[in-house]
Design a protein around this ligand. Sequence first.
Ligand code: SF4
Length: 650
Amino acid sequence: MGTLLHQVFQAGLLEDVPSRQFLEQHAKEVLLNNLESLYACGASERSTHSILIEAIPKMLNWYKSFMKGSKSTNVDFGHTEGRKTVEVTEMMDIEEMAWAPRYGLKGIIDASVISRVNSCGGGSYDKVMPLEFKTGKSTSGQSAMEHSAQVILYTLLMSERYLNTDIDMGLLYYLHTDQTLGIKVKRSDLIGLMMRRNELASEILKASFSQSFPAMLQSPSSCTGCRHLTSCTIYHKVHGGNTATSGLGDLFDNLVNHLSVAHHNFLKHWDRLIDLEARTSQVKKKEILLPLHYNSGSKSSAPSFYVLDMKNEHSVDSSGKSKRYIYNFVREKMQPEAAGHSEPQAESLDFNLKSGDCVVLSTQSGRIAVANGSIRDISRSHITVSLSRRLRLPGSSSLLEQGDLQRELWRIDKDEFSSSFATMRFNLVQLFSQKPQNTKLRKLVVDLEAPRFDSGGLFSQDPALSYIQSLTSLNNDQQRSLHKILAAKDYALILGMPGTGKTYTMVHAVKSLLMRGESILLTSYTNSAIDNLLMKLKAEGVDFIRIGRHEAVHPDVRANCLSTTEVQSVDAIKTRMEQVQVVGVTCLGVYHPLLAHKKFDTCIMDEAGQITLPVSLGPLMLATKFVLVGDHYQLPPLIQVTNPLVFLFT
Ligand code: SF4
C-alpha cells in the first residue's frame, strides 16, 4: 500500500498546482499499473482505491503548505535549530537512486528538493535536501528514530551525488498524522550512524570470510515477529548454535530440529561458494564505483566510453506497461592517459554487454551510477539504453541540462550485482525451512533419495504415451527420453550433446504433458534459452505466458507477456493465471508477483548443466516434479573466485 501512496504523492509533487481531480485520476492509473502486485498480495482494487482516495485531502494539504507559492509553513528542526519556515521551490527528482561508495551506502530518495528556509530570527537561504514520505502508522519511538536516521543518511548520499557538501537538512512527512518534521544533521548523530554502519560492515565481512555469525539477540519478543526468523535460526543451528544459545526455546526447536549434519554441511558448502563469488563481484563493483584514475592499476581492460548521439539523442517509448526513455550513445575512443593505461584501448570492446543486460550509467567526470536501465540494442559503435526515467545529471539546471548531458563522457557498466546473490541465499534457506512443500525437494537434492518412476499400469492408457508413439519423426533416444519424462514421479535427467534435438524433445514433452492436463513451468538461466523453446511452442499453437522484462524478452514472444495483453483487473489476472498451463520465466525471475500463487506439476529446466544449484532451486520449489535438460560435459556452471586457493585452504 505504501508504494502506491508514494506514487500518488510523488505525481502531485511533479505538478505545478496539483488538483484533487489530477490526484484521483492518477490514483486510478497507479492502481492499474500495480495490478500484478495487488494480485500477489491478495488485495482488492476497491479497498486499495478507497485508501488512495482517502489520503488525497492530506496530500493536497501538504502541497498547499509547502509547495512553491505556498504560505511557507513552520517546521520544527529540533531544539537546537528551532522552528523555521520552509517552502519547496524546486522539485529536482523523485525516486532518485543514490550510491555513495565512499560510505558503502545506497538508497532511493522519495524526493530531492530545493527548499527556501527562513529562520525565525530572520534571513533565508536555499537548500538542497531529501524529502522522505512515510505512510505507516508508526510515527514515534523506535520508528521515529529510524526514520530520522534514514533522512540523515540520505543527506550524506545526496552530498556525494550532487557533489555538494552543504546538504545537511531534510524533511520527513508522516501522512498518517499529516505532520512534517525538519531534520538537521548533527555531527554526533552522523558519527553514531557511521559507527553502526562500520559494525554492520565488519560483521558482514566476518561472516563472508570466516563464516562466523553474530550471536542471536536471545529476545523472544523481538525474534518472534522478526521477518528473518527462519533464516536466522537455520544459520544459527548450522553454525553450531543450539536451543539455549538461541534463547527461543521450543520455537527454535520447531524451526530447525529437522536439520541433519548432512544438511548443515550442504548449506555451509553452498553458502561458502556464494560468499566467494560475491566477493569477486565486489572487486568488479569497486572498479565501477571508484573514479577512473583510482583504477589505473587494474588488470582488467579499460572501460569503453560513450557520448550521447547528437543526431538521434533520445525518444520515449510508450508501447509497454510503463513509459521508457530511450537514449542512444555513440562509442568514443578513450584518451589513453585519461584511462590510466599506457597503450591505446580503442579496440577493446564491451564483449560482456549484450542486448537485455541491466546496466549502470556513470560519467567520466566522477558521477557514479547516475542512472540505471537496460540495453535495448548494441553494436561495435553504439549502445541504445532504455531507462525508466529521463536522464539527468544531478544538480544540473533544467535550462542547461541538455548541454550538460551532451558534454559528458559516459561509462556504461553491466549491473550484475543487483539481487542474484540474495536470491541464491534465499533459495538455499527455503530448501532447509520446514515447509512441507520443500521437504520432498530437500530429500531428493540433499539426501540424494533415488527418483521414482511409474512402472506401467494406467500408464499404458495414457494419451500422452499414445501421442509420443504416434510421432514418427522422433529417433530412439528422443522416444526414450520422453518415456522417462512421462514416467517420472520425482525427476528425470535428460542428457543431450549439442545438435541432438533437445529442444525438439522438450517441445513434445510439453505437448504430451499438456495432454495429461499438467501445468508446466519452463525455465533456464538465460532469456534466450527460454524464448528459443517458447517460439517453437508458439509455432505448435501452445498457449503460454512469458514473464520477463520487455527488453529481455524476444520480440516474437513479447505478445505473450501478460503486461502487454488486455488485463485490466486483479480478477482478470487471477482467471488468466489459473487457466494458463505453460509459463516461461528465467530461474532468477521466479519471484515475480504473477507467480505468487502458482504451483506447477512439472518444471522443465533447459541448459541445466550450466546453472548453479542455488539458482536452480527457485523454480524447482514451484513444481511437484522436475526435468533437467542439458549437457554436463559442456562447460559447467562456474563460481568466480579471485584467489581459488582461498577456497582450498579455508
Ligand atoms: S530472529 Fe535473528 S535477526 Fe531477527 S531479531 Fe532475532 S536475532 Fe535478530
